[in-house]
Design a protein around this ligand. Structure first.
Ligand code: ZN
Length: 120
């Protein structure tokens, strides 16, 4: 089973699994990833999302004993928006066309930044 790493989200997956080809799709950006992408300037956001990110940053506070972060309403709104990352990869196939090689961009919903094979 070959192992691949997504060039956008850095997620790793094996393909095939159980005789089936695996098609990767990046998860939406988490709230911490949104804040980091905004602060580092690695991704541009429309003004409405920029305001939500700024609000989420203010609302997020660690709980006193556990240190677990408590989100506010802006974080909940950002999660519902399912904002994709720069280079978002969606290897699902258009029109159900069969495809054997997950590195092959043809007929994918969004090849994005692509994936890299990291082990045979
Ligand atoms: Zn990905």
């Amino acid at each position: 089973m070959a192992v691949y790493q997504c060039n956008a989200c850095q997620g790793r997956f094996q393909s095939p699994q159980g005789g089936q080809t695996v098609y990767h799709e990046c998860p939406p950006l988490s709230v911490p990833e949104l804040i980091a992408a905004h602060d580092n300037g690695t991704q541009a956001f429309p003004p409405g999302q920029t305001a939500l990110i700024a609000q989420a940053k203010v609302e997020r506070k660690p709980k006193p004993i556990t240190g677990e972060v408590d989100d506010g309403p802006a974080s909940a709104t950002l999660r519902r928006l399912s904002i994709t990352r720069t280079g978002h990869v969606d290897q699902n196939l258009i029109d159900g066309v069969l495809q054997k090689d997950p590195t092959q961009p043809v007929d994918q919903v969004s090849p994005g930044a692509g994936v890299t094979q990291v082990s045979p």
